[in-house]
Design a protein around this ligand. Structure first.
Ligand code: PMV
Length: 312
């Protein structure tokens, strides 16, 4: 056993296919390396948890941290380590569709295995994270666990294995937080109601078109076609608007991004709050867009290079 074990994970962003993925269409998720979680595990006299929301005994941690509590209990029982202090430092905002709960579980599991000085296979990691995500989310697709623990974009369709593909596009992604919690559950439910309404056929048409755009986006990314990817993002936003999952706040930020030099922009994740993303050709353009978004009310922005040489 080491004195202290370290583990890391990153955030995730859904580039394309949110909501449509619920209906069997493909989607694309990116590891979002601009936001990170670091966890440490060390021996202690009693079980303690230190994070920005809470500092105290693991047992008395609030219910919102249940998935962490269960994960640590599970790991320490299995490996009989005795009492532990777990610390978590995060720049991934919670409840913004960035996969923060999965990332915490990834970082903690990695820290734990580093602490006991044992190798950790990816499948073992994903199975611990899945158990933790079941408590946090009920029925996780596994995409957050895969995207927050890996380096490559993921093309995925419900019920099929993940398809990792290389990021090969010389562009920059600006991510802006509306400051409002995403409303994934409500939005998914409302889309389901629309699907079974009189407009159902028209709604399904938008859903299939979103799926087709995910396929095209994968091609555009593999062939370094920045303008094509931007056009695809703009088109996707129109379909997502028809699904009623955008809102005024997101629309305003999207307009601002397009007016200040972004080639494409859309919401990301569940919608009705949460985050939006914008694509630019250069880092300088990304900085201009990100400043404009903050002026327009975004509470935080991040820039991630997507090209082979800038993705870090
Ligand atoms: O807001 P997020 O990142 O949890 O993404 C939700 C994605 C949806 O397609 C809207 C729902 C889902 O379960 O896939």
């Amino acid at each position: 056993m080491k004195t202290i074990g370290y583990g890391k994970a990153n955030g995730k962003i859904i580039l394309m296919g949110e909501h449509a993925v619920v209906y069997g269409e493909p989607a694309i998720a990116f590891p979002f390396l601009a936001t990170k979680i670091t966890a440490t595990i060390q021996s202690c006299d009693s079980f303690l948890l230190h994070c920005s929301y809470y500092k105290g005994s693991l047992e008395d941690a609030p219910e919102t941290l249940n998935s962490i509590k269960v994960l640590i209990n599970h790991l320490q029982t299995e490996y009989a380590t005795g009492p532990l202090l777990a610390t978590i430092e995060s720049t991934i905002p919670a409840e913004r569709g960035m996969g923060s709960s999965a990332a915490v579980a990834v970082a903690l599991t990695r820290a734990f295995f580093d602490f006991i000085d044992q190798p950790l296979a990816q499948e073992t990691l994903l199975s611990y994270v899945e158990q933790s995500e079941r408590i946090a989310h009920g029925n996780p697709s596994g995409i957050d666990a895969a995207a927050t623990s890996g380096q490559d974009p993921i093309y995925f369709t419900k019920g099929h294995p993940f398809n990792f593909f290389p990021l090969n596009i010389d562009a920059f992604l600006v991510v802006a937080d509306t400051g409002v919690k995403g409303q994934t559950r409500a939005a998914v439910k409302d889309v389901a109601n629309l699907v079974s309404s009189n407009d159902g056929q028209e709604i399904m048409r938008h859903i299939h078109l979103l799926g087709a755009l995910s396929k095209e986006a994968k091609e555009a990314i593999s062939e370094n076609q920045v303008q094509r990817l931007a056009d695809i993002m703009n088109e996707a936003q129109q379909h997502l608007t028809k699904l009623t999952v955008s809102n005024q706040l997101l629309d305003q930020l999207i307009q601002t991004a397009l007016a200040t030099g972004a080639l494409g922009a859309k919401l990301t994740g569940g919608g009705r709050g949460g985050c939006m993303i914008a694509l630019t050709k250069t880092k300088k353009e990304a900085q201009v867009v990100s400043q404009a978004l903050e002026k327009q009310g975004a509470v935080a922005t991040w820039i991630q290079g997507l090209g082979v040489h800038t993705y870090a």
